[in-house]
Ligand binder design. Sequence first.
Ligand SMILES: Cc1cc2nc3c(=O)[nH]c(=O)nc-3n(C[C@H](O)[C@H](O)[C@H](O)COP(=O)(O)OP(=O)(O)OC[C@H]3O[C@@H](n4cnc5c(N)ncnc54)[C@H](O)[C@@H]3O)c2cc1C
Length: 267
Amino acid sequence: MYSYSFDYQRAADPKSAVSALTADSEAKFLAGGQSLLPTMRLRLAQPSKLIDVTRIPQLKQIRVEPQKVTIGAAVCHADVANNTDVQRVLPALALLAGDIGDQQVRALGTIGGSIANNDPAADYPAAVLGLDGTVVTDRRSIPAADFFVGMYETALHADELIVAVEFSVPEKAAYEKFKNPASHFALTGVFVAKTAGGVRVAITGAGPSVFRSAELENALNANFTEAAARGVTIAPDDLNTDLHASAEYRAHLIPVLTARAVRTALG
Ligand SMILES: Cc1cc2nc3c(=O)[nH]c(=O)nc-3n(C[C@H](O)[C@H](O)[C@H](O)COP(=O)(O)OP(=O)(O)OC[C@H]3O[C@@H](n4cnc5c(N)ncnc54)[C@H](O)[C@@H]3O)c2cc1C
């Protein structure tokens, strides 16, 4: 049987979490372990130490203001889904969180772990980019546009801790995904936000990393209707082909899901 030993440390605050990581270049932060532990079981990662950040009070907070929602990095998906203030002020985010994985994943998985991992099929990156969110770390604020760099790749430094994610409240928003029936990861997912600055359309599951569609945003800025979204053709050129779906199929799904999101957003 495969086994190896590693140390475990529970961090009390962001400063001690970061200094523990800085002291050991092979250490990693641990949130709910929903991506990291399977990776370790598959022998794709062998951290020397896991620094558990889930008991840091600052990372566990949800703050809802009329124009801004702040979710602590270690808040699990179920707590976002079930928070009545998030449901009232930013329902699209609560619904997105409530459709991630299964009950166990939602009870353990966190927003910070999800966006740090930047799985190409993860749901939260679409909300963070679609709502022009800000990733707040122990040392800086990173706009969503700069945060998601590529497949499983972000702008985070190796020892940088996500503390929270800030979202501006849009006029209207909705998220629709065509999900893998086994994992619920997005085969393709589309987050549409109508904001004072214009419409934003962020797509996950279809490319190497979450991205915005200028074609769909232009169409919806001119006419925020289902028909406008359905009238857009997406080229499959840079989209993913894998055992679940071809690039052409994903290209077909993008306007379909965008139209559904517009319908949901319009109520
Ligand atoms: C069966 C299954 C189904 C799933 N289905 C979905 C789905 O439908 N949609 C979806 O979006 N996701 C899905 N997931 C993933 C899930 O959403 C997890 O939240 C996500 O994998 C991150 O896990 P975690 O929060 O437990 O982080 P961990 O696994 O603990 O950590 C993940 C990575 O993030 C780093 N990290 C964690 N916290 C921080 C922090 N605060 N600052 C910096 N780095 C940090 C860790 O070092 C590690 O590299 C699924 C997972 C499983 C196991």
